[in-house]
Design a protein around this ligand. Structure first.
Ligand code: ZN
Length: 489
């Protein structure tokens, strides 16, 4: 088996990956809090850990991939005050919280499937593991690292820090946290503002609550991952992943909870994907650049000049190393769209290349294959691996254009690179060939749009609106731009 090197957030350096159990990988990834549509911020961890899982499996490991669904306990400001995000959405929409959870879990799964990510091996829900979480709170209290206050239970960071260093994962020091902390509303129950809730007493009107030794209430957000990772992967497991935004406080608190209860952090390698920016800005609702995946796939957000297919998004995300920030712009996505087309065209063409039995071996091909594996084994460097794959694309095109000849062995090597790496590990799919009758559909819709354009030119707006409405009712969205009309399914 090849040596796989992984950057460990905990040690802050690259380490050779050695699994706790030979040939097996236990991976836990923090999944979404399901109170809204999947957005760009979900796509990056979804794809990053999908490629990690696929690559481990390609190398011959068995992987148990656990990704949770947060359906309770995630409060609005990620701290210990404010309303539960799901309960708030349920109140606004006049639905049951579990209706919100069900609706957005399904939507999340659909988006992840379109991005061609494999489902996790286990997908536990926080609300399905209340017993495990209550028991973990008990363990932490028994060790003296938690206290009850007004029916809620808080983690005692100061008591913990006397024995174990708090902040080792994120590199934050308790002293700095103390000097920067402010008293927030709704935090009066705590000894210190950086203590965090393990169990929250529910207000009488709160729907999602369970009995516990301390109060009718619900678990704190950080607790679920400590409880569910241990349940399905054991108290020691290989890799814990998530977005950089979860490093503090979420993962720091998880590590502290594990250590408080069991005397050890429980995770060998902590892995974090970096964030996505949009035109250089952080994505946020207040900035007007918050894009859901559906808006990207249909091109219906105002900052988008066109729609982008799920594979374009996937290709684009993989063009950056997962630990680098990644900036979304229409120009960059359009370039990714072209790159994807070229790569998938070559993946199709390779199978029909004519073999010349007398052709000399293509020497550079060995470097290409080696380059791809070396890059992927070096902390999953997908951009470098893709650069090598484009070298393979170039070779395919040279043979196709009859500039060089290829023998059967080299053709097989090339075909395997596309099949096993581009498609198998990077998870890229050929959207054009998948749609099958796609070319016919394209032609028909272009024809209809041309009729609509003519109707508009003749100022026959009722006809042009009718065409649009009819297309909409068939699930075809159209969008007028300066260049013409874009459409998407
Ligand atoms: Zn988590």
């Amino acid at each position: 088996m090849r040596e796989f090197i992984l950057y460990n957030t905990l040690s802050r350096k690259k380490e050779v990956f050695v699994p706790l159990t030979s040939g097996m990988v236990g991976l836990y990834v923090c999944g979404p809090t399901v109170y809204g549509d999947a957005h760009l911020g979900h796509a990056r961890p979804g794809i990053t850990y999908d490629v990690l899982v696929r690559f481990f499996r390609h190398l011959g490991y068995k992987v148990r991939y656990v990704r949770n669904i947060t359906d309770v306990g995630h409060l609005e400001n990620d701290s210990d005050s404010g309303e539960d995000k799901i309960a708030r959405k349920a109140r606004l929409e006049q639905l049951e919280p579990m209706e919100i959870v069900q609706h957005y879990t399904i939507r999340y799964h659909e988006a992840m499937k379109l991005l061609n990510t494999l489902p996790p091996s286990i997908e536990p829900r926080a609300s399905g593991h209340i017993i495990e979480q209550i028991s973990l709170v008990g363990e932490i209290m028994d060790k003296g690292f938690a206290y009850v206050s007004n029916g809620s239970v808080y983690f005692d960071v100061e008591a913990y820090n006397k024995i174990y260093p708090y902040g080792i994962l994120s590199g934050r020091l308790l002293e700095d946290l103390q000097s920067n902390s402010r008293v927030l509303e709704g935090q009066e129950d705590k000894k210190s503002s950086f203590d965090f809730a393990l169990w929250k007493k529910a207000a009488p009107e709160h729907i999602m609550k369970w009995p516990s030794p301390w109060s009718e209430g619900f678990p704190g957000w950080h607790l679920e991952c400590s409880a569910m990772s241990a349940k399905y992967l054991g108290e020691n497991f290989d890799i814990h992943g998530g977005g950089m935004d979860l490093l503090f406080p979420h993962h720091e608190c998880e590590l502290a909870q594990n250590t408080a209860a069991r005397g050890k952090g429980g995770v060998k390698y902590w892995m974090h994907n970096n964030m996505i920016t949009i035109n250089g800005q952080k994505m946020g609702k207040s900035l007007g650049n918050f894009i859901t995946l559906e808006e990207l796939f249909t091109g219906s957000h105002k900052i988008l000049t066109q729609s982008y297919s799920p594979m374009t998004i996937r290709f684009f995300i993989l063009q950056a190393h997962y630990r680098s920030t990644l900036d979304f712009s229409n120009e960059a996505l359009q370039a990714a769209e072209k790159g994807l087309k070229r790569m998938m065209q070559a993946a199709r063409d390779v199978n029909s290349l004519t073999i010349s039995p007398d052709a000399e071996p293509i020497l550079v091909l060995k470097d290409v294959t080696e380059g791809v594996y070396t890059a992927l084994c070096d902390d999953m460097n997908t951009p470098i691996a893709m650069a090598h794959l484009f070298e393979a694309v170039r070779i395919v095109n040279l043979v196709k254009d009859k500039q060089i000849k290829i023998n059967a062995v080299d053709k097989e090597t090339l075909a395997r690179l596309f099949e096993e790496i581009a498609i198998g590990v990077l998870g890229l799919t050929d959207e054009q060939s998948e749609s099958g009758s796609g070319d016919v559909l394209n032609g028909v819709i272009d024809m209809i749009l041309e009729m609509r354009r003519q109707a508009k030119a003749n100022k026959d707006f009722s006809a042009s609106d009718q065409i649009r409405d009819k297309l909409n009712s068939l699930g075809i969205q159209i969008k007028d731009t300066k260049e013409g009309t874009d459409w998407s399914l």
